[in-house]
Design a protein around this ligand. Structure first.
Ligand SMILES: CC(=O)N[C@H]1[C@@H](OP(=O)(O)OP(=O)(O)OC[C@H]2O[C@@H](n3ccc(=O)[nH]c3=O)[C@H](O)[C@@H]2O)O[C@H](CO)[C@@H](O)[C@@H]1O
Ligand SMILES: C=C(OP(=O)(O)O)C(=O)O
Length: 421
C-alpha cells in the first residue's frame, strides 16, 4: 500500500492541465474489443484503472501499449478467456466487459466488479438490459454468466433509474444486436457521449446520446484506424477548482470543457468565487469573503456526486453552515470522520445530509482515503492544514487522478508518495 505525505499550509499558484476523463477511459478500453482493427486513443489519463484494464485485456490476448497518454489496443487476436479476478475487483468499471464481451461473442463471464465502497451499487438495470436484448443471465460464486443463445435482438428498455453504467453497458451490447434498441430514461453524462462518439466513428449507429432517449441500430462490423481523443475529466477539473479556491493565490485550470461543469461552476460563483471562465480553461483568483451554499447532488447535468467530497474542504472555509444533500449515494460520507480528524466540523446526523460548519484551523494527522473522492478531499484538506498529513490507502486516489504528485508539485504543493508498510 502507498501513502501520500503532505506538508501543508503552502499557498498554491500556477497552471494545471486536466487529463482525460477517467469515467470515459474505463468504458472506452472495454469498448475497444468490439473493434476489428487496432484502436488508438489519445489524451488517456495516467491512472491505476488503466493499468488494471490493460491486465484484463492481456488475459484475452489483446495487446496494448500506453505511453504519454497514447494508448494502443490491438484486439485482432482476441480469445475468450477467464478474466483475472484481482484486476476485475480493483475497479468498478470492469463491468463494462459484460456488455462488450456480450456484443463481441454473444456471451460473457465476469466476476462481480469491485471498486470503491460508496454505499450499495446494484447492477440490476444492467442485467435487465441484457435480458431485454435476449440474453440469459445467471449468477453463481460471485460471477455473472450472460449468454445470448439465439443472438442479441434490439429491444425497448426503460431504465428504472438514471444509471451511467447501465446506459453504457446496454450500448456496448446493443451495437451488434439485430435491429433497433431504444434506451429510455438514459443517463446524459458527457462520458456517454464520448463512448458513443468513439463507437460511431467505428461505424456504430447510436443516436440521441446526451438526451434521455438513445436509439441504437445494430451493425455487423466495427473498426477504424482513426485516433479517438478522450474528453477532459470534469471531476478532476472540479477537484482542482475547489483546491484553487480554498488554498490558491491564482490558479489557471487548463483543458476544461466548462459546459460539462455548469452546475459546479454556478455553485462556486454563488458562494462568491470570482471565476474567470474562458473557452477551454478557468482561472481561479485568490478567494475570500465567501458565502455558505446548499448543494444537491443528482444525475448530469446537476451537481455530480463525485464532486461533493472535493468541494467540502472549501465549504469549511466559509463563515456559516453549508449543506450538501447527497441523493445518489446517501451513504457516501466516509470522508467525514477523516476530515473531522484534520479539524473540520462536519456532521451527518440525517442520512444523505452533510452539514459543513466553519473550521477554524486544520492540523495535519494520519487519515485514510476510503474511496477515490474521499481521498481527494483529504488531499485538499491536507494541503490546507498546518503540519504533516499522511493519507493512507493512496491507491484509491491514484486509481483516478492523473499524475497527481507532479501536478500538485507544479502548483507549489509539498506532497510525496511513500510505501506504507
Ligand atoms: C465508472 C463510472 O462512470 N463511475 C461513475 C458512475 O458509476 P455507476 O455507473 O456505477 O453509477 P450509476 O449511474 O449506475 O448509479 C446511479 C444510481 O443508480 C443506482 N443503480 C445503478 C445501476 C443499477 O443497476 N441499479 C441501481 O440501483 C445506484 O445505486 C446509484 O444510486 O456514475 C456514478 C454516479 O454519477 C459516479 O459516482 C461514478 O463515478
Ligand atoms: C465512484 C467513482 O468511481 P467508480 O465508479 O469507478 O468507483 C468516482 O469516480 O467517484
Amino acid at each position: 500500500m502507498k501513502k501520500l505525505v503532505i506538508h501543508g499550509g503552502r499557498r498554491l499558484s500556477g497552471e494545471v492541465t486536466i487529463g482525460g476523463a477517467k469515467n470515459s477511459t474505463v468504458a472506452l478500453i472495454p469498448a475497444a474489443i468490439l473493434s476489428e482493427d487496432p484502436v488508438h486513443f489519445d489524451g488517456m489519463p495516467d491512472i491505476l484503472d488503466v493499468y488494471n484494464l490493460q491486465l484484463i485485456l492481456e488475459s484475452m490476448n489483446v495487446s496494448s501499449t500506453f505511453q504519454d497518454g497514447q494508448l494502443m489496443i490491438d484486439p485482432t487476436q482476441i480469445v475468450e478467456a477467464e478474466l483475472p479476478s484481482t484486476a476485475i475487483k480493483s475497479l468498478r468499471a470492469s463491468y463494462y466487459f459484460m456488455g462488450s464481451l456480450l456484443g463481441r461473442f454473444g456471451r460473457a463471464t465476469v466476476t462481480f466488479p469491485g471498486g470503491d465502497n460508496i454505499g450499495p451499487r446494484p447492477i440490476d438495470q444492467h442485467i435487465k438490459g441484457f435480458e431485454a436484448l435476449g440474453a440469459t443471465v445467471t449468477e453463481a460464486n460471485d460471477t455473472i454468466h450472460i449468454v445470448a443463445e439465439n443472438g442479441l435482438k434490439g429491444a425497448h428498455i426503460f431504465l428504472d433509474m438514471v444509471s451511467v453504467g447501465a446506459t453504457m453497458n446496454i450500448i456496448l451490447a446493443a451495437v451488434h444486436a439485430e435491429g433497433v434498441t431504444v434506451i429510455e430514461n438514459a443517463a446524459k453524462e458527457p462520458e456517454i457521449i464520448d463512448l458513443a462518439t468513439f463507437l460511431n466513428n467505428m461505424g456504430a449507429k447510436i443516436r440521441g446520446v446526451g438526451t434521455d432517449t438513445i436509439r441504437i441500430t445494430g451493425v455487423e462490423h466495427l473498426g477504424s484506424e482513426t485516433t479517438h481523443t478522450t474528453i477532459p475529466d470534469r471531476i478532476e477539473a472540479g477537484t482542482y477548482l475547489s483546491l484553487a479556491a480554498a488554498q490558491g493565490d491564482g490558479v489557471l485550470v487548463k483543458n476544461v470543457i466548462p459546459e460539462h461543469l455548469e452546475a459546479f461552476i454556478s455553485k462556486m460563483i454563488e458562494m462568491g468565487v470570482e471565476l474567470d471562465v474562458r473557452e477551454d480553461s478557468i482561472y481561479v483568483p485568490k478567494s475570500d469573503k465567501l458565502k455558505p451554499i446548499t448543494i444537491k447532488t443528482a444525475p448530469y447535468p446537476s451537481f455530480a456526486t463525485d464532486l461533493q467530497q472535493p468541494i467540502t474542504p472549501l465549504l469549511g472555509t466559509i463563515p456559516g453552515t453549508s449543506a450538501i444533500h447527497e441523493t445518489i449515494y446517501p451513504e457516501r460520507t466516509r470522508h467525514v470522520p477523516e476530515l473531522n480528524k484534520l479539524g473540520m466540523d462536519i456532521s451527518t446526523e440525517e442520512e444523505g445530509i452533510i452539514e459543513i460548519n466553519p473550521s477554524h484551523e486544520l492540523h495535519g494527522t494520519e487519515v485514510a482515503a476510503e474511496e477515490i473522492r474521499a481521498g481527494a478531499s483529504l488531499v485538499i484538506a491536507g494541503l490546507m492544514a498546518d503540519g504533516v498529513t499522511e493519507v493512507t490507502n493512496a491507491e484509491h486516489v491514484l486509481r483516478g487522478y492523473d499524475r497527481l504528485i507532479h501536478k500538485l508539485t507544479m502548483l507549489n504543493a509539498d506532497i510525496q508518495i511513500e510505501d506504507d508498510f
